[in-house]
Write a new protein. Structure first.
Length: 268
């Protein structure tokens, strides 16, 4: 069987609010002979011991969306098979707070950290294309290329010009040209690709010799950007998620309208 991905709704959203997200961290307990206890987080011994539990509720779903969720549950054999789940509350990009991290693919782009960001802190990066050709700083994720995605970043430049936000799948791509200047601007590229592949690449493209200051690169599986969420390691894409219910509940609200509620669990 091919890879399994949690389905996106026809609206372009992955979930409906409210979303309950709980982090579960196991604790090791050692009871001594005198009855006293020594407690320690299992994270001290296993950095991947914690789990995330998502409680998702949907209402007013049309038949096609409900059938997609049900078909995914059946393809996973309930909680048996793992699947890829995109956290609807997080930034999909890994290490968004460190553009020098190994998760970023970059060509001949010089990166200088410590620049002043829109909040007045030193979390931005000065990017300079030192080559004679267009160069990008991007990430490639193992997610469906045809989903609705929104790529955003805060950009400023000492010289007025344009930058390119790139969204690329296996066989299709989109390049969104946006104007930037001396003031911080949140640039956005949103849409779907006509692409059945299971890899998606997103990032920023600079023209030859161009220099810009960048902060808050973010990718989300939705129509518009939400507030920036910095990641300092993995992003909000979990490849070993499981259904945390044994049955998929369906409640009819009206003709062609349904509701459901369930849990999804994944290791962090």
């Amino acid at each position: 069987m091919g890879e399994l991905f949690f389905p996106q709704l026809a609206s372009g959203a992955l979930a409906q609010y409210p979303i309950q997200k709980t982090r579960l961290v196991p604790t090791i307990k050692n009871v001594l002979l005198d009855g006293s206890m020594i407690l320690a987080s299992e994270l001290n011994f296993n950095p991947h011991a914690s789990r995330l539990l998502f409680q998702l509720s949907y209402s007013n779903l049309e038949t096609a969306d409900m059938q997609a969720l049900q078909a995914h549950f059946e393809a996973c054999l309930g909680p048996l098979r793992a699947f890829t789940f995109i956290d609807p509350t997080d930034n999909m990009l890994a290490s968004s707070s460190d553009l020098t991290a190994t998760g970023w693919q970059r060509g001949a782009i010089q990166i200088v950290p410590g620049a002043t960001d829109p909040n007045g802190d030193g979390e931005a990066f000065v990017l300079t294309n030192v080559s004679q050709a267009s160069q990008g700083i991007v990430q490639t994720l193992a997610v469906p290329a045809h989903y609705q995605y929104c790529l955003s970043a805060y950009v400023t430049s000492t010289q007025a010009g344009s930058v390119v936000l790139s969204r690329t799948g296996t066989s299709a791509s989109n390049s969104t040209v946006v104007q930037v200047g001396s003031s911080w601007t949140r640039v956005i590229s949103s849409g779907r690709l006509n692409d059945g592949g299971t890899t998606f690449t997103a990032g920023l493209i600079l023209m030859p010799g161009q220099q810009v200051t960048v902060y808050g690169m973010q990718l989300e599986a939705q129509l518009q950007p939400s507030r920036y969420r910095a990641t300092r390691g993995m992003g909000g894409v979990y490849t070993r998620a499981h259904w945390a219910v044994d049955e998929f509940p369906i409640m009819a609200q009206a003709p062609n309208l349904f509701s459901t509620s369930f849990s999804i669990e994944t290791n962090v």
